[in-house]
Design a protein around this ligand. Sequence first.
Ligand SMILES: NC(=O)c1ccc[n+]([C@@H]2O[C@H](COP(=O)([O-])OP(=O)(O)OC[C@H]3O[C@@H](n4cnc5c(N)ncnc54)[C@H](OP(=O)(O)O)[C@@H]3O)[C@@H](O)[C@H]2O)c1
Length: 287
Amino acid sequence: METHSSRKKYTLITGASAGLGKAIAKECAGRGQNMILVSLPYEGLHLFGQALEKKHNVEVHCYETDLTQPQELLRFAQWVKQNFSLNILINNAGVGGTVPIDHATPACIENILQLNIRVLSMLTYHFVPELKKHRQSHILNVGSISAFGPVPYKTVYPASKAFVNAFSYCLRAELMGSPVRVTVLNPGVMLTNSDVIARNSKQSWWGRQLNLSPEFVAKHAVDGMLRGKRAVLPGLLCKMSYWLMRLIPNVIQSFLLLRIFQKEVPAQYKNKPSDIESGWSEKPSQL
Ligand SMILES: NC(=O)c1ccc[n+]([C@@H]2O[C@H](COP(=O)([O-])OP(=O)(O)OC[C@H]3O[C@@H](n4cnc5c(N)ncnc54)[C@H](OP(=O)(O)O)[C@@H]3O)[C@@H](O)[C@H]2O)c1
């Protein structure tokens, strides 16, 4: 008879079709982990999954859905629970953007709150009972270095990542004594999509040198998670930024960060009155 411990184990990664999630999936496949990958439809997730299966001789199942839709998330969680034994949950999918708050559309703000906070919390809720059944299991939540400072023009995004940070610490404490280890990853800027690349190009020469590669971050993240670390700050500059933000008084941080991030605000949003009706219709994107 098949027992729980003899069943194949799977790693679930959200937002695995692109950017950091894709790099984490490659990292996990290289370590021989079977995976369930999820992302929005029509972004080539199945082709990517097949390529990983072929290259690394692992099992990969792909599921395309919009996780911000509560019914879709529930359907996905039930499908995973019915078919797989999960020992690693990686909550990677997240969105952000740089825009003055009064120029953001309600849909954009909703999307950040839904994906960065609700989806991460609900997937954790659905899978903790399963994760507890294993001898050792892990949750990796992807936050951001922006969680630690007052980052103007991103406002909802860093606040949502502060939630991810606090949620992860609370959950880790709650699950102490259980087999589940919770790790939070707080990376700096990675040039993962066209929107981040466009915004980063407006930064100073120094600002543009601070980027991390998703592959570098993925390796540190998976290493840290498997070692059961509480938090992962990938790279020296990321660690330095964290400590600077802890040491510099908040009022000075606000002044400095305002100067840095106002460069990223699209020209059409500078000094214009808010217009909720016409709204900010760009696809929300990353930090
Ligand atoms: N990039 C940075 O500079 C940076 C810095 C610090 C932290 N982070 C964090 O790192 C994580 C990954 O960021 P990234 O830059 O790699 O992102 P990305 O390149 O934009 O990829 C986002 C992934 O999430 C998926 N996704 C988006 N909305 C979804 C939804 N509603 N339902 C299901 N999947 C959805 C996307 O699917 P599709 O490909 O199908 O659209 C894609 O796979 C995020 O949590 C982000 O906040 C990023």
